[in-house]
Design a protein around this ligand. Structure first.
Ligand code: NA7
Length: 531
């Protein structure tokens, strides 16, 4: 009874699950992955909406663990579109023969730790089970779609879709009247594409969002060759930045230069496009006055693009820029100049209800054929709390976390021995370039398991003290600057009833990695190993 079927059970076959499987094998650990979808790719398997693409440049949003892979794979655009990223995930699964150890259509309902045998048993929704010494949750940070509690959804007679559960054979918008609910990143990417096909698009906006042009373009072969000639240098530079994205991170304050110089810098960065617009100065998320300067620059840009001044004003966000995740778009604001696109402001009246013909707001009826919910995710904790995870003494993770989560390094929890989370709450994860951050976690977790094995231990568990000290540090860093003050999914504000806690680690990737390395060097301090 003490012999598990596998050393490691992995939940999920997205980028974390795939690399975990490979890395376990490299370390001589038997591993099996269970995946809810019918294919690999995680985020990129589910989010197939039109316009879906990465907002980190593809040469950086990719694995670095295998040099031949990064040398041989060619990205076609600056920001790869979803189908290409999915092909990349599939290529990796084939290249490293990972499919043999992945079971698809297996959504994990429960994971239970048995103290006698020190084993985890995973239960799939279909009733199947698997046992393993270690269980690693590679369940994604943005993987549980948020369906807002709007009355009457089932009454709608037309098509209803969520961007994060997009049909594999696509949606035909031609000649259709379409409603899009939400104006986050998924909406901002999809609205311009939908508007090209649909008869009309009505956007239902509760909170306007900041968005920077992507200036996406086909990959310049000379640029790609230059990167490949010295990929290690790019990867090293990535890892030295707060968000694991190499590029220009300014080291001066927005208030240290005069207005003309500030605007010139914003202009230059706006023309360049992309997320590093926020790195124009180093105090944008530290100082409200600095933030205001960037805010008004973006407002001016929106007003200069959108022809109708009333619509432009509705599209200008009044919260801090960078509080919510910055969006990166192609023609988002200009799309509101199309005759077939209109905007409904939900700040005056929220959606009353959905009925058979469409959406009712403030007593006004909007008849549509298709409703697209671009309403985001129960981020960071949602995938973990949806599984019935029971540790020592039957401790239920969901119950532990009802007032907000707590972890050691975003990787493990006291009372849940031999359980690890990739990019769990309390890790830099969503504030960084996910692929290299996934790699750091996978390498650290699998090295920890191999260390325990080599030392003859079969139980690995963080101490309550290590966890509470780490969580206090996570909350302390969260309090720095302006970011945690925004009503974002980083603090769970998008989910009714979710405890307001800043979920990711805001100390930056280099500091996080330094601490992880030090802990490993000290024999995994903060972990108790026994058995
Ligand atoms: P987001 O960024 O969470 O956006 C969800 C949007 O849906 C946002 O505009 C919400 O408005 C809106 N929303 C949610 N509930 C409602 C209701 N009830 N009524 C109207 N509007 C609503 O999710 P995305 O999928 O766009 O992006 C998630 C991440 O994926 C993104 O940050 C990138 O990292 C990639 P709100 O702002 O809550 O007022």
């Amino acid at each position: 009874m003490n012999q598990p079927e596998y050393d490691v059970a992995i939940v999920g076959a997205g980028f974390a699950g795939l690399y975990l499987l490979h890395q376990c094998r490299e370390l001589g650990l038997s591993a099996r992955a269970w995946e809810a979808g019918t294919g690999v790719g995680g985020t990129w398997y589910w989010n197939r909406y039109p316009g879906a693409r990465c907002d980190v440049e593809s040469v950086q949003y990719s694995y670095q663990f295998d040099d031949a892979l990064q040398q041989e794979w060619d990205w076609s655009e600056r920001y790869a579109p979803q189908p290409e990223i999915l092909r990349y995930a599939e290529h990796v699964a084939e290249r490293f023969s990972l499919y043999d150890d992945i079971e698809f259509n297996r959504r994990v309902a429960a994971a239970n730790f048995d103290e006698q045998s020190a084993l985890w048993t995973l239960h799939a929704e279909d009733g199947d089970t698997v046992t393993a010494r270690f269980c690693i949750m590679a369940t994604g940070s943005l993987s549980v779609p948020n369906w807002p509690d709007v009355r009457g959804r089932d009454d709608f007679n037309g098509e209803l879709h969520h961007t994060a559960l997009w049909p594999h054979d696509g949606v035909d918008f031609r000649d259709k009247r379409v409603a899009v609910v939400g104006t986050g990143s998924s909406a901002i990417q999809s609205i311009p594409m939908i508007a090209k096909d649909a008869a009309s698009v009505t956007v239902f906006q509760r909170t306007p969002n900041y968005s920077v042009p992507a200036h996406n373009h086909p990959m310049d072969p000379d640029y790609a060759a230059k990167i490949k000639a010295n990929y290690a240098d790019l990867r090293a530079r990535q890892g030295e930045t707060f968000n694991n994205i190499a590029g220009e991170h300014a080291k001066r304050s927005a208030m240290s230069v005069d207005e003309a110089e500030r605007i010139a810098e914003y202009e230059r960065r706006w023309r360049e496009g992309g997320l590093l617009f926020l790195a124009s100065f180093d105090d944008i998320l530290m100082d409200e006055a600095a933030n205001d300067t960037m805010k008004s620059f973006v407002h001016d840009k929106i007003r200069s693009v959108v022809n109708d001044p009333d619509v432009a004003e509705l599209l200008c966000p009044d919260n801090i820029i960078g509080g919510k995740r910055l969006c990166v778009d192609t023609d988002y604001f200009a799309t509101y100049n199309r005759d077939n696109v209109s905007l409904v402001d939900l700040r005056q009246h929220p959606i009353d209800r959905i009925n058979s013909k469409g959406i009712e707001v403030g007593g006004q009826q909007y008849n549509v054929d298709v409703i697209v919910f671009a309403t985001g995710f129960d981020a960071m904790t949602g995938a973990l709390t949806r599984i019935d995870i029971r540790g020592r003494g039957g401790a239920l993770l969901r119950e532990r976390w009802k007032d907000g989560p707590s972890t050691y390094l975003g990787i493990a929890m006291n009372d849940f021995p031999n359980l690890f989370t990739v990019n769990g709450p309390g890790s830099p994860s969503v504030l960084t370039n996910m692929l290299p951050s996934i790699e750091q976690h996978v390498q650290w977790i699998t090295a920890c398991i191999a260390y325990a094995r080599d030392a003859g231990h079969n139980i690995v568990e963080p101490t309550a003290q290590a966890e509470s000290e780490w969580w206090a540090h996570v909350q302390d860093t969260a309090g720095r600057g302006l970011k945690s003050s925004a009503d974002s999914w980083y603090v769970g504000a998008n989910i009714a009833g979710k405890a307001r806690v800043f979920l990711p680690y805001y100390g930056g990737f280099p500091e996080y990695r330094r601490r992880c390395d030090e802990i490993a060097k000290n024999g995994y301090s903060g972990f108790a190993m026994s058995g």
